[in-house]
Design a protein around this ligand. Structure first.
Ligand SMILES: [Zn+2]
Length: 289
């Protein structure tokens, strides 16, 4: 994927790298809302039941203190390395793509912030740990990214390439879209009304974010290079729940899925890519009468 030039003044970036945030604030998970993880913790061998417990715990605790801002400028943060540059460029493109769509729909739009951290950081949803993978925190509308994750993604999951990395950014941005549209809130309410459906509902959220990622790419088709779509599909396959569970040496259990199977993730990413229409991303459609 080619990267368009962007003006750092037009994007929101916070930088927690550089050792100003040791230990992630003692690990207190304070959060009024659920942290939405890209891939959950399956890659890193945690028990899905524990993960769900962790999310519930996050919901019950009080809000964490607001993240402090780093001492670097956005331009400096974005030029720290190639993956930072890519992430900033993707963010700028995502802002430019989604803002007009919200305008057309008459829904107010705020830009999310991209927060770089290394190993451990602070989010509005509690401690950020690189083992969590990239995540979106609705409380402070932040996309939290430890850029080292991309090396893990390539080496451990076999999902490399700039488009795979852009897909990750676009997926997290999809959760921001869901927050602004109110979908995220509706889903959280439905989850608390019916805890048994919490996982299937979460899967629908994740698949919608995948579809939104595809829509973004489709609306920037002029930036797509040969091999990009394959990279995206490879990444979507690699982070499917069944594939992650199998590679962790476990039998895939559908009830424990939180992000969708590899086939589902590929299907919804492809749907976004092929239609370029966010209205085609209604993963909740068949639930309504
Ligand atoms: Zn997600």
């Amino acid at each position: 994927m080619r990267l368009r030039d962007f003006n750092p003044a037009n994007i929101r970036v916070e930088d927690q790298r550089g050792g100003r945030f040791p230990g992630g604030g003692g690990g207190k998970l304070g959060c009024g809302t659920i942290v939405i993880l890209l891939i959950g913790v399956f890659v890193f061998g945690a028990d899905p039941a524990q993960m769900l417990g962790g999310l519930q715990q996050m919901e019950q605790n009080s809000p964490a203190s607001a993240p402090q801002s780093g001492g670097t400028t956005t331009a400096e943060s974005c030029s720290a390395d190639q993956t930072s540059r890519e992430a900033c460029a993707a963010l700028a493109s995502l802002d430019q793509t989604w803002q007009p769509l919200f305008q057309e729909a008459g829904i107010s739009f705020q830009q999310p912030k991209l927060v770089f951290y290394s190993q451990a950081g602070q989010s509005g949803c509690g401690a950020a740990q690189s083992a969590m993978g990239p995540f979106y925190c609705p409380t402070d509308q932040g996309i939290y990214l430890d850029t080292d994750f991309f090396r893990e993604m390539e080496q451990r999951l076999g999902a490399g390439g700039d488009f795979a990395r852009a897909y990750v950014m676009a997926h997290e941005y999809g959760h921001h879209v869901q927050t602004l549209t109110g979908t995220a809130n509706s889903v959280r309410q439905a989850q608390s009304r019916n805890p048994q459906a919490a996982n299937p509902l979460q899967v629908r959220m994740e698949l919608q974010a995948d579809c939104y990622a595809g829509v973004w790419a489709a609306k920037n088709a002029d930036l797509i290079e040969p091999g990009d779509i394959e990279e995206g599909m490879q990444a979507a396959h690699a982070i499917g729940d069944d594939t992650l569970m199998k590679s962790a040496g476990r039998r895939p259990v559908e009830e424990a899925f939180t992000h969708g199977s590899s086939a589902q993730r590929m299907e919804w990413l492809r749907r976004g890519l092929e239609t370029g229409d966010e209205d085609q991303c209604d993963t909740f459609k068949d639930m309504r009468g």
